[in-house]
Design a protein around this ligand. Structure first.
Ligand code: NAD
Length: 432
């Protein structure tokens, strides 16, 4: 099959590369020419484990190519995946669908034979209907079919998630396009993935409902962690005890910083906004957002307490600043909220992240990137383990730190308090 991925970001690039690895001819399109030029040379602009190797392999096999010419790429393809961004609209909570509709308009100019137009981007329910209207203005309805096929991959685990998904959701209102997609996904279905064939609107809503539910789980355990801290209970015991119930499940029940990233914050807001258009009040999700927005304030308050409210001139190290491990994505990371506030209060911040320096902190006073864990913790008063990178899971603090012993605040509950305390460090964690 000839596939065209429009938008070569996390989703478009990863799924395009994986589809090519399954034997399809894939052309990945992006309007960012710089990105396309780098990819043509096998240089991957995002950090995603295993992705560079797969890009180079499939370029060599001549199954994967990159282009900034949308029209020609669409004309030469059978299935068109729309993978552009759907960020939060400025000044509101709804999804900004301008990138989606711009692409739909461009695609509508290039339909020269039957094509399946698939939305992989996360889009509010009824967006497929709108795309269909845009395409119908210039094309006979028999020449295209609009399908929703939301993507569930997680950054950092994207290749594995694409290759071994729990489920593939395809929402289509026609048998023909569904058959084409079922055929495309058959190598994954034969490896055990569930294929859910549903309506287009249902597929659109499944994605938002799933993300809102996962965000709720995280926020729920974060609030339980607050209670644990006041009652002398270890939140990890609660997570295990709850998770053993098969109706609940153990995943996404680990207390820590606020959820962030490119999906949960924007998708929880967007589903509320969509529901409001239909006069539905999603009150549970609204309180999840409020609670999550307050999470960083709660952790900052704990930092002030740990430092006996003397933040000025304190040397604070952040180990990890991305919203989670194995990605360079900084979108809505809680470090973006915490570091500027601490810097404004006069703290001197050093940070180390395996994905390197972050532009996001360049305008803040006294915020410095260090190239190693050792350099970043040197002379520190407080070390904050912010992101759960493997690099931070077995640091020998005793050997690395000579002289004054910093306090350690482990926001990911990686270390054992007994072990760290026995090495002479003051250790704080979450929900204990
Ligand atoms: P991204 O911002 O990383 O990439 C989007 C790309 O689209 C950019 O490279 C941009 O230049 C390109 N683009 C925009 N308009 C274009 C146009 N007219 N023509 C060609 N290219 C164009 O976004 P992403 O993180 O890959 O997310 C894409 C969608 O997938 C969003 O709706 C998101 O919610 C959803 N999603 C993301 C993830 C994730 O983990 N990042 C997971 C599942 C679903």
């Amino acid at each position: 099959m000839k596939l065209c991925m429009i938008g070569t970001g996390y989703v478009g690039l990863v799924s395009g590369v994986c589809f090519s690895d399954l034997g399809n001819d894939v052309i990945c399109v992006d309007k960012n020419k710089h990105k396309i030029n780098s990819l043509q040379e096998g240089k991957v602009p995002i950090y995603e484990p295993g992705l560079t190797e797969l890009v180079i392999k499939n370029i060599k096999n001549k199954r994967l190519s990159f282009s900034s010419n949308l029209k020609t790429s669409v004309k030469n393809s059978d299935i068109i995946f729309i993978c552009v961004g759907t960020p939060t609209k400025k000044g509101g909570g709804s999804a900004d669908l301008s990138q989606i509709y711009n692409v739909a308009k461009e695609v509508s100019l290039s339909i020269n034979k039957f094509k399946v137009i698939v939305t992989k981007s996360t889009v509010p329910v009824t967006t497929g209907d709108e795309i269909e209207k845009i395409l119908s203005k210039r094309n006979d309805k028999k020449t295209f079919s609009v399908v929703s096929n939301p993507e569930f991959l997680r950054e950092g685990e994207a290749i594995r998630d694409f290759t071994y998904p729990d489920r593939i959701v395809v929402g289509s209102n026609e048998k023909k396009s569904n058959k084409i997609l079922k055929n495309l996904y058959s190598p994954l279905v034969s490896k055990g993935a569930e294929y859910l064939d549903t309506t287009r609107r249902a597929a659109e809503l499944i994605k938002y409902a799933s993300n809102a539910f996962l965000a709720t789980k995280i926020t729920f355990i974060n609030e339980i962690a607050n209670l644990c801290e006041k009652t002398g209970i270890n939140v990890e015991d609660i997570s295990i005890g709850m998770g053993l119930d098969k109706r609940i499940g153990s995943r996404f029940l680990r207390a820590g910083p606020a959820y962030g990233g490119s999906c949960f914050p924007k998708d929880t807001k967007a589903i509320i906004s969509t529901a409001e258009k239909f006069n539905i009040n999603l009150s549970v999700i609204k309180s999840v957002i409020r609670s999550n927005e307050n999470r960083s304030n709660i952790l900052l308050k704990r930092i002030y307490e740990i430092l006996s409210h003397k933040v000025k001139n304190k040397k604070i190290t952040f180990l990890g600043v991305t919203f989670k491990a194995n990605t360079d994505d900084m979108r809505d990371s809680s470090s973006l909220l915490m570091i500027p506030i601490l810097s404004k209060k006069g703290a001197i911040i050093k940070y180390y992240d395996p994905t390197g320096y972050k532009e996001e902190f360049k305008n803040f006073k006294n915020v410095y990137y260090e190239e190693t864990v050792k350099k970043s913790i040197d002379g520190s008063d407080l070390i904050i383990i912010h992101t759960e990178w493997n690099d931070f899971k077995s640091i020998n603090f005793k050997n690395l730190i000579r002289g004054k012993k910093p306090i350690i605040y482990d926001m990911r509950n990686i270390y054992s308090d007994l072990k760290i305390n026995s090495q002479g460090f003051k250790y704080f964690s979450v929900g204990k």
